[in-house]
Design a protein around this ligand. Structure first.
Ligand code: UAG
Ligand code: ATP
Ligand code: API
Length: 492
C-alpha cells in the first residue's frame, strides 16, 4: 500500500514529504520494525505505555520509512499528522489488511470473568459442528486448531488485523475474540465488524486503569454501543447479555441490535434449571427458544453454568441444533488453568485456577465449599502493578471460605512481594478458626498446602492458571502451578 493511500483515509490531516513510498507493514514498537514499515507514534495512555514519539528515531534506524504522528518529531522522513493516532492506527490496520473482519463472523466476549472459558466453549461447539472457528484471547491465538502465543489479551490493531487476515487465509469462518476493557479503551478493536457481542459479568478489576467502576462499565459498554445502529444490512448483529448481572439493564440500553438474554435467576431467553453440582461436573436442564435438553458439563464450578449458557446462546444464533450442543458440551473436559484438576492418584483434590479477581475467587471458593467434605486449602496472591484495591478484599474472601490459606506471590512485577502480601493480609479475618501463612515463595506455598491436605480435602491454587511464568522486578522465571503441584503430590 502506498503512503498516499493511507493518508487519503483521513479528512483532517497534514502531510510532509514524499507520499509515494510503498509501505510494507505497520508497527508501533520500534524493536519490531521491519524494512519499509510505517511506524505509528501512539501517545502514552494512563501511564501504561511509553509515548511512541520517543522511539521514532529508533524505528527509522531499524528500517521504518515513514511516520504517523500526533506532533512533530525532528526526523526528515515522510510523515502523516493526525489528531488521534490510536484511532488512525485502527483505521489504517483494517484497510491495510483489507477488512478481514467483514469476511468472517466475529464473536466478541467482554466481562470481568469468564471470557476465556466462554470462548473455549464456543470454539468446541462450533468446531464439533464442522465450522472453522479461531480464537483470540488470553491463552493465545488459535488458527486451524494450532495455538500461537501472545503477550497481550486483546491485541493492538496492526497485529489483530494481521491475524484476522491470516485466519481468513486459512478459511476461518468464525473468530471468537476476548475483548478486554483496556482493549476497548485503547481502540484496539475499533473497526472490527462484530456479529455477536457477549457480556459475561461485571465486578471489580482494573480500577487502577479505569479509575472507577462506572468508567470500567462504560468502557465495556463500547462493545455494544459500537455494534451499529442500522437495520438495512444482511448481516444481522446480536447482543448476548447476562440477565442476572446488575449491569444488564445498562448494556441492554446501549444495544441497538437484537438482545438475547441468558440467566438462571431472572427471566431469560436461554436459562438453566435443576442445576446439580459435584466434584466431577454439573448437570442442568437447558431451556431455550429452540427447545429444552439435559446438559452435562465436565467442568467444575457453578459459575460455568453461566459461561455455558453464554456459549450456547452464541451457538443457537448460528443455528446449531440443541443435540449437537449437548454432545459437544458433554465432551468438553477442562480448559487449561480453569478449575483444572491435577490428578496424581491422590485421595484429595488439587485444582489450578485463574481466579485473580475478588468475584472469581469468591465464586470458585463457594463452588468448592458446595462439594467438599474435608478442608479447603487455598493458595493465592495478587499481581503487582495491578489494582491494589482488590488485595484486602481477596484476603477476606479467602479467609471466609477456607480452612487454611497460604498467601503468596502472583507476578509481583515491579512491587515488593512482601508488601503485596501485607496488603492482602489487611483483609484477612479469623473466620472458622482459620489458619494462614504468608510465604513469598510460591513453590514453597504450594508444597506446604499439599503437605497439609488429607483425604477428601481440596487444595485450590488460584491466580495464575495457564501461566508458565512468574514476573519479578528484574526477571521473569519459568513457573507453572500445575507442574509444581504434580511434583509436590508425588513427593509427598
Ligand atoms: C504496559 C503495557 O501496556 N505494555 C504493553 C506494551 O508493551 P511495551 O513493552 O511496549 O511497554 P512500554 O511500557 O510501552 O515499553 C517498555 C519499554 O520498551 C521499550 N520500547 C517501547 C516501545 C517502543 O516502540 N520501543 C521500545 O524500545 C523501551 O525500552 C520502553 O521503556 O505494548 C505491547 C504490545 O502491544 C503490549 O503487549 C504490552 O501489554 C502488556 C502485556 C499489558 O499487560 N497490557 C495491559 C495494560 C493490557 O492491555 N491488558 C489487557 C488484559 C486485561 C485482562 O485480561 O483482564 C489486555 O488486553 O491484554
Ligand atoms: N462466569 C464467571 N463468573 C465468575 N467467575 C468466573 C466465571 N468464569 C470463570 N470465572 C473465574 O474467573 C477465572 C478466569 O476465568 P476466564 O479466564 O474464563 O476469565 P477471563 O474473563 O478470560 O479472565 P481474564 O480477562 O483475566 O483473562 C476462572 O479461573 C474462574 O476462577
Ligand atoms: N490480564 C490480567 C491477568 C492477571 C493474572 C494474574 N496472574 C496477575 O498477574 O495479576 C492482568 O494482566 O491484569
Amino acid at each position: 500500500m502506498k503512503l498516499k493511500e493511507i493518508a487519503d483515509l483521513f479528512m483532517v490531516k497534514e502531510i510532509e514529504g514524499n507520499m509515494d513510498v510503498e509501505i510494507t507493514g505497520l508497527q508501533m514498537d520500534s524493536r519490531k520494525v521491519e524494512k519499509g514499515n510505517l511506524f505509528i507514534c501512539v501517545p502514552a495512555i494512563k501511564g501504561f505505555l511509553e509515548d511512541r514519539h520517543h522511539y521514532a528515531k529508533d524505528a527509522i534506524r531499524n528500517g521504518a520509512v515513514a511516520l504517523l504522528v500526533e506532533r512533530d518529531v525532528d526526523i526528515d522522513v515522510p510523515k502523516i499528522f493526525v489528531k488521534d493516532a490510536r484511532h488512525a492506527m485502527a483505521v489504517i490496520a483494517s484497510n491495510f489488511y483489507n477488512h478481514p473482519s467483514h469476511e468472517m463472523k466475529l464473536i466478541g466476549i467482554t466481562g470481568t470473568n469468564g471470557k476465556t472459558t466462554t470462548s473455549y466453549i464456543i470454539e468446541k461447539i462450533f468446531t464439533d459442528y464442522g465450522l472453522n472457528a479461531g480464537l483470540m484471547g488470553n491463552n493465545g491465538i488459535q488458527i486451524n486448531r494450532i495455538m500461537y502465543p501472545t503477550d497481550i489479551n486483546t491485541q493492538e490493531p496492526p497485529t489483530l488485523q494481521r491475524n484476522l487476515r491470516k485466519m481468513r487465509e486459512c478459511n476461518t469462518e468464525y473468530c471468537v475474540m476476548e475483548v478486554t476493557s483496556q482493549g476497548l479503551d485503547m481502540k484496539r478493536v475499533m473497526g472490527c465488524n462484530f456479529r455477536t457481542a457477549i457480556f459475561t459479568n461485571l465486578t471489580q478489576d482494573h480500577i487502577d486503569y479505569h479509575g472507577t467502576m462506572e468508567q470500567y462499565r462504560d468502557t465495556k459498554g463500547l462493545l455494544f454501543s459500537r455494534l451499529g445502529n442500522t437495520f438495512k444490512s444482511k448481516d444481522e448483529k446480536y447482543a448476548v447479555l447476562n440477565a442476572d448481572d446488575p449491569s444488564f439493564e445498562h448494556f441492554r440500553k446501549l444495544s441497538a441490535v437484537e438482545v438475547i438474554t441468558y440467566g438462571i435467576n431472572n427471566e431469560a431467553d436461554v436459562s438453566a434449571k435443576n442445576i446439580t453440582m459435584t466434584s466431577q461436573g454439573i448437570r442442568f436442564l437447558l431451556i431455550t427458544f429452540k427447545g429444552e435438553i439435559e446438559i452435562h458439563l465436565q467442568l467444575v464450578g457453578g459459575f460455568n453454568v453461566y459461561n455455558a449458557l453464554a456459549g450456547i446462546t452464541a451457538a443457537l444464533i448460528e443455528g446449531i441444533p440443541l443435540e449437537n450442543i449437548r454432545s459437544s458440551l458433554s465432551l468438553l473436559t477442562s480448559i487449561s488453568g480453569r478449575m483444572e484438576i491435577v490428578d496424581e492418584g491422590q485421595d484429595y483434590l488439587v485444582l489450578v485456577d485463574y481466579a485473580h479477581t475478588p468475584d472469581a475467587l469468591e465464586n470458585v471458593l463457594k463452588s468448592i465449599k458446595e462439594f467438599t467434605k474435608g478442608k479447603v486449602i487455598t493458595v493465592f496472591g495478587c499481581g503487582g502493578d495491578r489494582d491494589k484495591g482488590k488485595r484486602p478484599i481477596m484476603g477476606e474472601i479467602a479467609s471466609i471460605y477456607s480452612n487454611n490459606v497460604f498467601v503468596t506471590s502472583d507476578n509481583p512485577r515491579s512491587e515488593d512481594p512482601i508488601k503485596i502480601m501485607n496488603d492482602i493480609e489487611k483483609g484477612m479475618k479469623k473466620y472458622n478458626s482459620l489458619q494462614y501463612e504468608l510465604l513469598a515463595d510460591r513453590e514453597e506455598a504450594i508444597y506446604k498446602a499439599i503437605k497439609e491436605a488429607t483425604s477428601n480435602d481440596v487444595v485450590i491454587i488460584a491466580g495464575k492458571g495457564h501461566e508458565t511464568y512468574q514476573k519479578f522486578n528484574d526477571k521473569t522465571i519459568h513457573f507453572d502451578d500445575k507442574e509444581i503441584a504434580r511434583k509436590a503430590i508425588s513427593e509427598k
